[in-house]
Design a protein around this ligand. Sequence first.
Ligand code: H53
Length: 832
Amino acid sequence: SASGPSSESTPEQTRSHSRTGMDPDSIRRGIVDHLRYSIGRPAATLRPEHYYRALALAVRDRMQDNRVASTRTSLELGHKVVCYFSAEFLMGPQLGVNLLDLGIEAAAATALAELGQDLDEVLACEEEPGLGNGGLGRLAACYLDSLATLERPAIGYGIRYEYGIFDQEIRDGWQVEKTDNWLVAGNPWEIAKPDVSYRVGWRGYSEHYRDAGDVDRVRWVPGRVLRGVAYDTPVQGYDVRTCNVLTLWSAHAVDSFALAAFNTGDYYKAVEDEVNSETVTKVLYPNDEPEAGKRLRLLQQYFFVSCSLQHILHILDDLAGTSVRALPERFAVQLNDTHPSIAVAELMRLLVDERRLDWDEAWAITVATFGYTNHTLLPEALETWPLAMFDESLPRHLEIIYEINRRFLDEVRAAFPGDEARLRRMSLIGEEGGKTVRMAHLATVGSHAINGVAALHTELLEHSVLADFYQLWPERFGNKTNGVTPRRFLARANPGLRELLDATIGPGWLTDLDRLRELEPFADDPTFQRQWREVKRGNKARLARYVHEHTGIELNPDWLFDIQVKRIHEYKRQHLNVLHIVTLYHRLKQDPDATIAPRAFVFGGKAAPGYFLAKRIIKLINAVGERVNNDPDVNRFLRVAFVPNFNVQNAELIYPAADLSEQISTAGKEASGTGNMKFMMNGALTIGTLDGANVEIRDEAGPENFFLFGRTADEVEQIKRDGYRPADYVDGNPELAAVLGLIGDGTFTHGDTEVLRPVVDNLYRDDPFLVLADYAAYLEAQERVSAAWADSAGWTRMSIYNSARSGKFSSDRAIAEYCDDIWDVGPVPVPK
Ligand code: H53
């Protein structure tokens, strides 16, 4: 073989090296071995999906070698480990990125070709794990990628949902949800660890007793117990030996149900118990921002947090001579939103009740261990649990929260004497509309570092939602602007651009994205501009094929591709985008001689199944699309496509195909956004509000390379305070009135005047996200877009500048900041 074992290798190493070599020959042997020993199918029946599984297993073997070396290096040398707690990890397809990270894309393609298989066809067989809803879950996945690439020891901890985010189908313009049975064909990336298993209690009561040393103690006697089992997925860094791990917990009954049945004679009761336990990790709640408020959701959160903390303490115990007191020196635990914030109370319980530390010491350890990332200001998304439900579910944790609160409020009292209103505002227990446990307050009080996810978001956090906490502990607050991984969203998603970048600025940019600045001198170079446009056109043609295959709609790759993909939510204002389309439709219908620069509008995104208006907005997009696409008066200039089932896989086709990125949320509502960054890296220009990370995107790109419009966050608040009356905007704008009229009068719905009525009524009467107040400014910005598009060289220059200046939005930059400012974790190179 090409890379034979070195002469110093021991026989053991020789065997392992030849088994997991990175050359085409070794990979081919790996595939053949797995086909034979892991898949076990007669040669004649082998199809691409079998080759997919065999190659995935062969790749996993290679990552596993790195994993073993990484664990040894980080644990034995005593390095601190980042633990990222997240209820969601939206990992996306694994095979392609793992090949990239290991540097064996070409070798794998050769190996498959020798077996008569095509790599692209094999890659297409992967079912993506949809264990997340949107931005928050995908951010967690990007951060795992950067942690490994920056050689930081890290463990992602989460939930192994049996059913991930639903698959979306579009029928008659409506969203239809299909369950996502992603595990049916097996998951070659995970390794089940039945021996890595912890008990998790639930319900019951707490019992006070005196221990041998005559100290008052409390023990929790749970009414029910489940068992969590670890499933490990290796997370390979790019071009390094470091391979971290994502540990996801799956819920089971505590004892073998068959055994219990023999003892009690009640077989069916025992089976039921098994079934009940397993429901805990059965399904992901499909709400992106708004909290679900469901008891099972609280149990999911507690379940994965408890397993993870027990696992961490267990690792600490295994490190000879390390006491739990060293926890914050050895582990940094980050809470991704409030979903895992029950960890604060659970760690206190483990330290005080089980490890018998005194309260003050346990509290100091807890606060030093946790960091909390807030991802939203939307009031409906801030988690609170009804006190009664919480008490019934986690009675001991409620006692602990009361004690944390008592001590905390004493501290507030000391800092702000006599300020009763402040105490009420800051309490961990909310009093308005029935008592609740406020999880954001628990996470904040229990963490030494609290961060927002974009500069504007952090600023608003410090002066609105968490203002009282900021005044108490300003030094604990900081900003960590989000980032996305260029490995997946640039190199994998956009092979044409990757090649052009390599050819133009040489290698190295993929792990040092600021180097894209070296493109700037080429921004006006006609040859480079032509190559740039060719890459973009190829990407647009690729997306057009996909859209045609999945919707039947034909898009012309020479048109301007204007794209909005993200969860469907009123605050993201997909309906504002639609008002623009209907305005253009109306103008073309009014004036038969009118012409406009042709545009393809592409949408994608899922609506939470119970979100009435979001589902109507999907219907609105499809209804307008159907009419526009089939009307010869307008379809020469306009097309509208809704890509069904927006997910990580098709996202990789969509971002690189955009000319224009729609980031049009009401200012102050989108914490950061990360799709905005993926578009920018791939050379799209942004039309956007001053919201979330758009502000920083505009600062980096330069205001002349960004289409800004709309009210600022301050102005939005001002308008609301003054009493917003959306109807005034309709009365003052005949074109807007006509557009709303068309939507309401059945023009797009075959005469049905009821279907879209709720959307129109909502805008006219309430319009909580100021769609109508920003309509005129949005149209004006779109005019600027059209004018800029008419100048092809000018547009190309702006496109190049956007990519060239997107370096800040690499998740490598974000993770380096977390490591330096919050986690205190440095690089731990694993010898090759
Ligand atoms: O988190 C993203 C942000 C985005 C924000 C999103 C998010 C969720 O996806 C779910 C819950 C939540 O509180 C926030 O909406 O703006 O970019 C990652 O930070």
